[in-house]
Design a protein. Structure first.
Length: 163
């Protein structure tokens, strides 16, 4: 990035600059971008937009054919185009809370209570170069449960599965 900035461009383009980074690394990248973006046009293609919403002036949403289907301020896009964004599977502020609120979790819980676990772990280890990186003494995973493994960059994780 330093070489790019030495050329003093008026526009910076970032294509998923935080892909594959842990939350700490993601925060550091966005702080850096925000600090060098003053008085520049910044174009960002990003899926993890939580960190950029505070300094983004304009959001453009493209359909699967690359046609513009929404263009405006963050407030305008996220209030006016919620259904469109949801239909395209695009994250917007509050989408997860809306999803959770819309589900009938009582049925889900009944299914989980009567099913056998789909995964059972007993004294399970994940080794990297003969060193234990993950230890699970006892775990059971039932249908519909989420499993997330998180850690620092380079630890070999950040995969989320719905069983």
């Amino acid at each position: 990035m330093h070489l790019c900035l030495a050329l003093q461009p008026s526009t910076l383009i970032f294509d998923e600059p935080t892909a594959m980074l842990d939350p700490e690394g993601t925060e550091q990248i966005w702080q850096t971008i925000q600090s060098v973006a003053a008085d520049r046009t910044v174009i960002i293609v990003e899926h993890k937009i939580d960190h950029v919403l505070d300094f983004v002036d304009r959001v453009i949403v493209l359909d699967t054919e690359g046609q513009i289907i929404a263009d405006g301020t963050t407030e305008h896009i996220f209030s006016t185009y919620k259904e469109t964004l949801r239909d395209y599977g695009i994250w917007f502020p509050g989408v997860w809370q809306e999803y959770v609120a819309s589900r009938d979790w009582s049925k889900q819980l009944l299914v989980q209570q009567h099913n056998e676990p789909v995964i059972k772990l007993d004294t399970f280890q994940v080794l990297r170069r003969k060193e234990a990186k993950l230890n699970v003494q006892d775990a059971k995973v039932y249908p519909g449960e989420w499993i997330c493994v998180t850690g620092k960059n380079g630890a070999g994780k950040v995969h989320c599965y719905l069983v």
